[in-house]
Design a protein around this ligand. Structure first.
Ligand code: ME8
Length: 526
């Protein structure tokens, strides 16, 4: 038995209505980086992603593509898995809502809630948005009959439907949110949710009769389960909840230490209200925390196919490489806020942080260590003024690590990466402060020069330790370039001066190619 702390992280399950753009890739890369970070911290981490395959919209998309819904979602599942493979996403499970392991449990969840009278049969008449598969009240609509979420026209629909008693749980949910300050972050998003609940929760229509591409209600199969009730359950059906083998559910949920759902701000309400209420009704503990992030926007607003402003991850990876993409995508959106994607920004960010700062630091240091010391240096002490620069670098490096961890633990990925970048700059500054090529001219200062070289390599080692969750292809290369053994790649070895000696490689390749703004932005636009 291992007794590591557990960590369970999930992306939303995406609608496979079309190819995934950089928005879905953002959430997925973020979760993957956080998983890698948690493993480095010594957690037993599990990562779930998948596809949300039911609903009227999916059936319509399939029809447009001359496919049956099942053929369409099967095809899209392969396409999405290919994308995650291209991005080297290390998920542990990929759930599809059309799988038996999921559908069977959704059916029993529905029947249980029905038997308990948390779900009841009624009739609904209201403004229905096909695209969002949701009803809206008159006060929520924009300009008479426009959906407030997607901006499309709604139509009046009347149907027999089952309702989930949200109202019964509103006070319990408010109390829960109040007693668990970290439940929804950022704080501003939590406030939105609290406001929404306080404004009054209507019972939620949780079945549809107008189409049949969904999980059938077992006791009344002319109804299919509302796509969100179906979809939200994925977080536990994928762990085997309600099945014969529910070991994973016990390990990562019931007895688990941390559970995090990462979601875009657009789907916060479903996760912060419907999902915890479902869990309360099912008498399952609300183990999760929610991190709601912002959106990547284009100059002309949200990415959409109709506007023709969609950017796909594959094109960026193909032109610039995987690390550049993964780095940029999680670095550029700051905590919970929206951000604009522009090819100019992308190129500037990669050229500055990766090519000029990190890449150059590694290549300059390795070539100096080869030139002045035949590739080998060791930790030495000397009694010269240069010691001040070195002590300052040591202190900066050790502080950076605690700030990096604090930021990562709070999902402030951008801040965590800024901490690393600041250390890269500080390490580069050691070269500007000490003029190694001048020191090399004076045989009496050989010990100082060796110490400066050692400090550069030790700085690079610590920087590279912190970069591991993001630069997944280049960090192993850097460790190889400066020959860092596995034991010194770990978080537990993050302490300036732990590795005593270095033997660097004689020749190393450039880590990141420099990008040319004019040439490259044309390529992105293609
Ligand atoms: O909502 N910027 O699926 P979905 C950042 N199936 N993130 C973006 C984005 C953008 N421009 N566009 C999309 C659904 N996303 C449901 C979820 S979960 C039980 C069911 C990301 O395909 C973001 O994480 O519309 C958002 O929440 C998710 O994609 C929505 O994906």
């Amino acid at each position: 038995m291992n007794d590591l702390k557990t960590f369970y992280i999930t992306t939303p399950i995406y609608y496979p209505s079309g190819k995934y753009h950089i928005g879905s890739a953002y959430t997925t890369c973020l979760c993957d980086s956080v998983k890698k970070y948690k493993i480095l911290k010594g957690f037993d981490a599990r990562f779930l992603t998948g596809n949300d395959e039911h609903g009227q919209k999916m059936a319509e998309t399939a029809l447009k593509n001359n496919k049956t819904p099942q053929e369409h979602v099967d095809y899209m599942a392969e396409l999405s898995k290919d994308l995650w493979k291209t991005l080297k996403i290390d998920y542990d499970d990929f759930i599809r809502t059309t799988e038996d392991r999921h559908e069977n449990v959704v059916q029993s969840i529905f029947e249980q809630l029905l038997a308990q009278d948390d779900i009841y049969l009624g009739e609904y008449s209201g403004h229905y948005c096909v695209s969002c598969e949701a009803y809206f009240t008159e006060t929520q609509l924009l300009d008479g009959n426009i959906c407030p979420d997607c901006g499309k026209e709604t139509k009046i629909l009347k149907e027999e439907t089952y309702f989930l008693r949200l109202s019964k749980y509103a006070d319990r949910l408010l109390k829960y949110i109040d007693e668990h300050p970290g439940f929804i972050v950022p704080e501003s998003r939590k406030n939105e949710v609290v406001q929404f609940i306080k404004s009054g929760l209507n019972d939620l229509s949780v079945s549809r009769t107008a189409f049949d591409w969904g999980v059938k209600v077992k006791s009344n199969p002319k109804h299919v389960v509302y796509v969100w009730i179906d979809a939200l359950s994925n977080y536990i059906t994928a762990l085997g909840y309600g099945s014969k083998n529910d070991d994973l559910f016990k390990k990562y949920w019931l007895d688990g230490d941390e559970v995090v759902h990462v979601v875009g701000k657009d789907i916060l309400r479903f996760h912060a209200i419907y999902w915890p209420i479902m869990l309360m009704a099912l008498d399952i503990p609300i183990k999760f925390r929610l991190f709601a992030h912002g959106w990547y926007l284009m100059k002309d607003g949200k990415m959409s196919k109709s506007k023709g402003n969609v950017i796909y991850p594959e094109q960026l990876v193909q032109v610039y490489g995987l690390d550049a993409f993964r780095y940029y995508i999680v670095r550029e959106l700051t905590y919970g806020h929206d951000g604009e994607f522009t090819p100019e920004d992308y190129i500037k960010r990669i050229n500055t942080d990766l090519v000029n700062d990190y890449g150059n630091l590694v290549s300059r240091s390795v070539s100096m260590v080869n030139k002045y010391f035949g590739g080998s240096v060791k930790k030495t002490k000397h009694q010269h003024d240069y010691r001040e620069f070195e002590l300052d670098l040591q202190e900066t490096a050790n502080k950076a690590f605690s700030r990096y961890q604090e930021a990562m633990d709070d999902f402030k990925i951008s801040e965590a990466i800024s901490e690393i970048s600041a250390l890269v700059k500080r390490t580069n500054k050691l070269i500007d402060d000490t003029f190694p090529w001048e020191l090399a001219k004076n045989e009496d200062l050989k010990d100082v020069l060796e110490s400066v070289m050692y400090h550069l390599l030790e700085g690079i080692r610590l920087i590279t330790i912190m970069y591991q969750p993001f630069l997944i292809e280049s960090t192993p290369k850097v460790f190889e370039d400066i020959q860092v053994e596995e034991a010194y790649q770990r978080f537990s070895s993050y302490d300036f001066g732990q590795k005593q000696t270095y033997h660097v490689k004689e020749k190393i390749e450039h880590l990141f190619p420099r990008l040319d703004l004019e040439k490259e932005s044309e390529l992105i636009k293609k």
